[in-house]
Design a protein. Structure first.
Length: 160
């Protein structure tokens, strides 16, 4: 290796080490089980399973943070996704949402899946189980159309 190449390689390594100082917090805020979506809507197990494997990491307070989510600069992207995902839709804080807005969000869920916007392009590469089939999308859409806010007090629990 030429001297220049060695210096560049060293500079890159130093840079990678230095940026590790900037750690976004990887939080899972405690959520009152009363506010889980399953407390206000009946979520059948097949729908809950889809949400758990494909959406939960970005749209609940039960995010599983993989090891690489602690390594900059991936950590910044993952934290960005989770923070923005939770503020757009948080199944763990569903009960705190305004009912009109929640009803719109349900329609939005079906739309995002039909248009293949969610769960995004990058996430399913690292989480193959997040890939949804057309049948999965139909299952969710049928549910969003049938379920009515407040229609069922008794409901399935999603996985913790
Ligand atoms: C890798 C993280 C990630 C995953 C996984 C993910 N989302 Fe998202 N989601 C986001 C982010 C970030 C936003 C906000 C920015 C945007 O709209 O692109 C968002 C926005 C949304 C919105 C828009 C809400 C609104 O008010 O417009 C819906 C609906 C949604 N996601 C549904 C889902 C569903 C359903 C799944 C599972 C099939 C899913 N998402 C999986 C990150 C994710």
């Amino acid at each position: 290796m030429g001297v220049l190449l060695k210096r560049v390689a060293l500079a890159v390594i130093v840079l990678l080490v230095v940026i590790q100082v900037f750690r976004p917090s990887r939080t899972n805020p405690t959520a009152d089980p009363k506010n889980e979506i399953t407390a206000s809507l009946a979520v059948p197990p097949e729908v809950a399973a889809i949400f758990n494997r494909s959406c939960g990491d970005c749209h609940t307070n039960r995010t599983i943070w993989p090891w690489y989510s602690g390594v900059a600069s991936v950590s910044w992207m993952v934290a960005y996704d989770v923070n923005h995902g939770r503020s757009a839709l948080n199944f763990s804080e569903w009960g705190m949402g305004n009912p009109k807005k929640n009803a719109d969000t349900l329609q939005e869920v079906c739309k995002e899946l039909t248009e293949k916007e969610m769960p995004g392009t990058f996430y399913p590469i690292l989480h193959p189980a997040a890939n949804l089939t057309d049948a999965d999308i139909q299952t969710v859409c049928r549910w969003t159309q049938d379920v009515r806010p407040g229609s069922a007090a008794e409901s399935m629990q999603t996985n913790p």
